[in-house]
Design a protein. Structure first.
Length: 228
């Protein structure tokens, strides 16, 4: 909704986080003790967590309605798939399947109002950083980690995009009230209200919260695979 061209950089595929990175993040939930430089090798030579032909399942608390689960990023099959962006065609298709239309999209002026101009106020910096973390795919990030659900902080540390203190976690608090005020300030409140009323956004948020909470504090979720 905010910027369809940026939405095209959401991940097309998902990949398992390398175990050494998992171990570090579990010990350092905010990522402060997990510098990317120390773990670069695991991302530059990915193995994707083993046999990708095995069927894997999320915990029950993380199972989504099949109607929506089928829209999620697919398991990568080739190493070249990792961190590949969704692409504009598939992003537009995804938006359509979620009940969005072009009239909900922000204009360029509205978008820049919502994210603000640097130096940004804290609320708008949160929005800007969350969008960037959700779209850190190939071509849109110096260190793309979108397929893993990770990002590299400004300090050079790896963390989950919903780790404690992360912009996308702080965005949840904005959604409870301040976000609506920002859209009103930017003259696009009607678009936001349509998004809430005409798409499954609120239901998806409600479904996601228990799963996200089950992965606290590092915000990591472990799947179960056949034979493991």
């Amino acid at each position: 909704m905010a910027n369809p061209d940026l939405a095209a950089y959401m991940p097309a595929y998902k990949a398992a986080i390398p175990q050494p990175v998992v171990d570090c993040l579990e010990q350092n939930p905010t990522g402060t003790g997990c510098p990317y430089a120390d773990y670069r090798q695991y991302f530059e030579n990915p193995h994707g967590g083993g046999d990708r032909n095995r069927e894997c399942f999320w915990p029950d608390v993380c199972q989504e309605n099949a109607r929506w689960a089928r829209l999620a990023p697919r398991e990568f099959r080739q190493v070249g798939d990792i961190n590949e962006p969704l692409g504009r065609r598939r992003a537009d298709q995804l938006a359509h399947l979620l009940g969005m239309d072009a009239c909900m999209n922000l204009t360029e002026l509205e978008y820049h109002c919502v994210i603000g101009m640097p130096p940004r106020p804290p609320d708008r910096e949160t929005i800007f950083r969350c969008i960037y973390n959700l779209t850190n795919s190939n071509g849109n990030a110096a260190i793309p980690l979108s397929s893993y659900g990770l990002n590299v902080t400004q300090e050079g540390n790896i963390r989950s995009i919903c780790a404690p203190g992360s912009p996308c976690l702080e965005f949840n608090a904005l959604f409870g009230g301040r976000l609506e005020e920002i859209f009103a300030e930017c003259g696009c409140l009607e678009k936001f209200l349509r998004l809430v009323a005409e798409t499954p956004l609120l239901q998806l948020i409600e479904d996601a919260n228990p799963c996200q909470e089950s992965g606290e504090p590092a915000c990591l979720i472990e799947s179960t695979c056949a034979g493991n």
